[in-house]
Design a binder for this molecule. Structure first.
Ligand code: PLP
Ligand code: TYF
Length: 398
């Protein structure tokens, strides 16, 4: 009966994690999947989350269906974190925000909406981008193209080529942008580059779709939201898919949101209505537990502060690991290979510049797992393994 159904190839990043778990070697190091690990290699349970969960458990309340658009306090909290509490777009109620199943759910709901109401529009993603972007957008029926982004020669950004491509797009093309902590490269636009990009989006009447999955893990909660706020300030229509999976360490709770910045409140109400229709057709309503946790933290000044401080410590640990890896490589390579990108790239990921063959060698000979593109998840490094990793990488690079 199912003979015509082909096997699923799986997600290469998730499969890599399974291969890592099956590896019996004691020295193995997981630098593949993009999760935030603490210095002991564990997924943290953040103190603010623990406290919010204890408070919620004590209430032992009923669990009704949430509204289609999700929990009101959660949606308000999302807007404050993304745009800033006092932002004009928030105050004038011109943002339609809907709770979604993680950042992935936000991308999918946004893609379904765009496919329906902008049927002529193709989406343009950075070269490279998170692999699941392609699957999600193609799955929603959108045509997916890419714009130049990463420059292998400089391990930096092809900003001029990116701008030139965007200048040539048909009006109403959708442009997927990573707000910060670009996955997979770690290469971000500077604030100055965002300021140069936004007028191009406006002039060409392009539709920015911002993915922000690592807010707070780059330079700070406010800093990492710079692009989102600058786009809203500029008065552009804008889609924002955000995820709390990483910055709350709540992966399996599926906490995310889609926000659509509109010109005025009436437009936001209409858009929210059609986003509700999209959700209704897909999974009806979102789950309660994760949204309650996040809303509790975002609503309480004390819990918010505890969350922000712990997130800052996570960010600082990532930066310390970047420095220690860089120092370990510098000591051994003595300028024979460029390594400055380990310091300049932002967030959990680094495009190391390692080839697929070098990645394979690290995995087979040293038990060090990276994605074959050469992407390293920096948060898999720890004070215990960073020296070992630097030594193995220097060996393969020298
Ligand atoms: N967007 C990017 C760039 C990501 O790296 C991820 C990671 O998982 C997501 C979206 C999806 O987030 P979530 O796990 O909340 O669906
Ligand atoms: O890129 C990563 O590693 C993270 C985690 O289908 C992830 O974004 C990877 C693949 C996937 C879902 C999440």
């Amino acid at each position: 009966f199912f003979a015509h159904v082909p096997p699923y190839g799986g997600d290469p990043i998730l499969s890599l994690m399974e291969a890592f778990q099956a590896d019996p070697r004691a020295r193995k190091v997981s630098l593949g999947i993009g999760l935030y690990f603490d210095d002991e290699g564990r997924l943290p349970v953040m103190a603010a989350v623990r406290q919010a969960e204890a408070a919620l458990a004590a209430q032992r309340g009923p669990r009704p269906y949430l509204p289609i658009e999700g929990l009101a306090e959660y949606r308000a909290g999302v807007q404050r974190v993304l745009f800033g509490a006092g932002h004009e777009a928030v105050a004038s109620r011109r943002i339609a925000t809907l709770q979604t199943l993680g950042g992935s759910g936000a991308l999918k709901v946004g893609a379904d909406f765009l496919h329906q109401y902008f049927p002529q529009s193709a989406i343009w993603v950075s070269d490279p981008t998170w692999e699941n972007h392609l699957a999600l957008f193609e799955g929603a029926g959108l045509r997916v193209h890419s714009y130049p982004y990463y420059d292998l020669a400089t391990r930096g950004l092809r900003f001029e080529a990116m701008l030139e491509t965007l200048r040539g797009l048909p009006a109403r093309s959708i442009v997927l942008l990573h707000a910060s902590c670009h996955n997979p490269t770690g290469v971000d636009l500077s604030h100055e580059q965002w300021r140069a990009l936004i007028p191009v989006l406006a002039e060409r009447a392009l539709i920015p779709f911002v993915d922000i999955a690592y807010q707070g893990l780059g330079d700070g909660l406010e800093e990492d939201a710079f692009a989102v706020r600058a786009l809203a300030d500029a008065g552009l229509p804008c889609f924002v898919a955000n995820s709390f999976s990483k910055n709350f360490s709540l992966y399996g709770e599926r906490v995310g949101a889609l926000s659509v910045v509109c010109a005025h409140e009436a437009a936001a109400e209409t858009v929210l209505g059609q986003l509700q229709a999209t959700v209704r057709r897909n999974y009806s309503t979102p789950p309660t537990h994760g949204a309650r946790i996040v809303a509790t933290v975002l609503q309480s000044p004390a819990l918010f502060e505890a969350w922000r401080d712990e997130l800052a410590a996570m960010r600082q640990r990532i930066q310390a690991m970047r420095q220690q890896l860089h120092a370990g490589l510098d000591e051994r390579l003595q300028g024979r290979q460029p390594i400055g990108h380990f310091l300049s790239q932002r967030g959990m990921f680094s495009y190391t510049g390692l080839s697929a063959a070098q990645v394979d060698w690290l995995r087979h000979e040293q038990g060090i797992y990276l994605v074959r593109s050469g992407r390293m998840c920096i948060s898999g490094l720890s004070t215990r393994n960073v020296g070992y990793v630097a030594q193995a990488m220097a060996h393969v690079l020298a």
